[in-house]
Design a protein around this ligand. Structure first.
Ligand SMILES: Cc1ncc(C[n+]2csc(CCOP(=O)(O)OP(=O)(O)O)c2C)c(N)n1
Ligand SMILES: [Mg+2]
Length: 381
C-alpha cells in the first residue's frame, strides 16, 4: 500500500518535472548542449524555419480557442506548450512516411499541408474530418483514444508487404509516425499495437506526447515508471526526449524513423512536455492542478528558448520577428475567414458517411427524414 501511495505522492510528481534521463540539445535558458548519442546538424536558417512553424502553430491554436469562445466552433483541443514536440517530430518526416494523429496534432497537420478549413470543419461540426488522408499522408483525427495506434501498426505492416522497408535506396522506404498521449498508453489498443509492432518488426514509431495529464488524471496515475521504460518490455527501444526542445525532438525522431525505414523495427519516443491549456475548451484545469505547476512549465517554453538561442548567436533580428508577426496576423485572418465561410451541409448528408456502402436500414431512415423535412412546418423542427 505504501508503495502505491508513493506513486501519487506530490514529491514524486515534483521529482518527475525535470527528469535527468531525457535527450536535450537546447536548455530552457536557450543554451546549446551536446549529447553523446544525438546531435542536430541544421543551420540557423533551418532553425528559424522551425521557430516560424512553432509560432504559426501557436497562433493557429489561439485562433481555434478564440473561435470556440465566440461560438464559431463546438470544441477545440489546445496544443499550447506542445509546439516543439509536434514541429520537431514533423520535421523528421520523409517523402513516403505516413502520420496517424490523435486529435491535438494541429502543428503536424499544418506541416503536412492539411487545409485549415478541413481541420476546422471537424470542430465546427460541419464535417467529419474531410481531408483525404492519402493526399496529405496524414490520417483523420481519431478521438477514440489510442485506436489510431492499431491503424498505424496495420499500415506499417502493409508497408512491409508493399516492399517499402529496408531497400538499399533510402528514398524507396517509408515508415509510420503514430501519435498518442500519456493517458492513451493505458489503453488496450495501444498495448496490443506495441505487441504486433514488435512481433512483426513493423516500421512504426510510437510518438507519445507525455503532456503530464490525461484530462484530469496525472501521468503518475498511468504508470509508476517513466513511460519510455515500458518499451523495453515489448521488445523495442524507448527513449525520452525533452519535448519542449525542438532540436532534440527532431534529432531523436529522425533517428527512430530512419531506423524503422531501414527495417530495424519499431521504437517508442516519450516527448516530455506539458499541456499548458485546458484539455479541451470544455475543460477547466484550475479544478485539478495548481497555478504553480503552470508557472514551472512557462519557464520551459519551447518557443522562447529558440528565440533566446538564435538571438545570442546574432541570428535573429527585429525585422525578421516583425515579418513573422505580420505572417501570423495574415494567417490568423485567413483562419477566421475559412471558419466563417464553412458551409453547413444538408442534414441528410449525415446518413452518407456512416458506412462506405450504405445499408437498407439507413436508406430507409434517410427517406423517412427527407419526407419529414419536405412536409414539416418550421414549428415541427
Ligand atoms: C476509448 C476512449 N476512452 C475514453 C475517452 C475519453 N477521453 C478523451 S481524451 C482522454 C484523455 C487522453 O489523454 P492523453 O492520452 O494523455 O492525451 P491528451 O489529451 O493529453 O493529448 C479521455 C480519457 C475517449 N475519447 N476514448
Ligand atoms: Mg496527456
Amino acid at each position: 500500500m505504501s508503495a502505491l501511495v508513493g506513486v501519487t505522492d506530490p514529491q514524486t510528481r515534483a521529482r518527475q518535472r525535470d527528469p535527468q534521463d531525457m535527450v536535450q540539445l537546447l536548455t530552457p535558458d536557450g543554451e546549446r548542449v551536446e549529447h553523446p548519442d544525438f546531435s542536430w546538424q541544421g543551420n540557423p536558417d533551418q532553425l528559424r524555419g522551425l521557430l516560424r512553424n512553432m509560432v504559426i502553430a501557436r497562433r493557429f491554436d489561439a485562433e481555434g480557442t478564440a473561435l470556440q469562445r465566440h461560438g464559431e466552433l463546438g470544441l477545440w483541443p489546445p496544443l499550447l506548450g506542445q509546439e516543439a514536440a509536434q514541429v520537431g517530430a514533423a520535421a523528421a518526416l520523409a517523402g513516403h512516411d505516413f502520420v496517424f494523429p490523435s486529435y491535438r496534432e494541429h502543428a503536424v497537420a499544418l506541416a503536412m499541408g492539411v487545409p485549415v478549413a478541413d481541420m476546422l470543419k471537424l470542430w465546427r461540426g460541419t464535417g467529419q474530418g474531410d481531408w483525404d488522408p492519402a493526399t496529405f499522408r496524414f490520417n483523420l483525427y481519431t478521438l477514440v483514444i489510442g485506436s489510431q495506434a492499431l491503424h498505424a501498426t496495420g499500415y506499417a505492416m502493409g508497408l512491409q508487404l508493399d516492399g517499402m522497408v529496408g531497400n538499399p535506396d533510402p528514398g524507396d522506404n517509408a515508415a509510420v509516425l503514430a501519435f498518442h498521449g500519456d493517458g492513451a498508453s493505458s489503453q488496450g489498443d495501444v498495448n496490443e499495437s506495441y505487441v504486433f509492432a514488435a512481433s512483426y518488426n513493423a516500421p512504426v514509431v510510437f510518438f507519445c506526447q507525455n503532456n503530464q495529464w490525461a484530462i484530469s488524471e496525472p501521468t503518475d496515475r498511468q504508470t509508476p515508471i517513466p513511460l519510455y521504460q515500458r518499451a523495453r518490455g515489448f521488445g523495442f527501444p524507448g527513449i525520452r526526449v525533452d519535448g519542449n526542445d525542438v532540436l532534440a525532438v527532431h534529432a531523436v525522431t529522425q533517428w527512430a524513423m530512419e531506423r524503422a525505414r531501414s527495417g530495424q523495427g519499431p521504437a517508442f519516443i516519450e516527448a516530455f512536455t506539458y499541456r499548458r491549456g485546458a484539455h479541451t475548451t470544455s475543460d477547466d484545469p484550475t479544478k485539478y492542478r495548481l497555478a504553480e505547476e503552470d508557472e514551472h512549465w512557462l519557464g520551459r517554453d519551447p518557443i522562447e528558448r529558440v528565440k533566446t538561442y538564435l538571438t545570442s548567436q546574432g541570428e535573429l533580428d527585429d525585422a525578421w520577428l516583425a515579418d513573422l508577426d505580420q505572417q501570423c496576423d495574415d494567417f490568423g485572418a485567413d483562419v477566421r475567414k475559412a471558419c466563417h465561410e464553412l458551409v453547413v451541409p444538408p442534414m441528410e448528408a449525415i446518413f452518407d458517411l456512416v458506412h462506405a456502402e450504405t445499408t437498407a436500414e439507413l436508406r430507409e431512415q434517410r427517406e423517412e427524414y427527407l419526407a419529414w423535412a419536405a412536409d414539416g412546418s418550421e414549428e415541427d423542427r
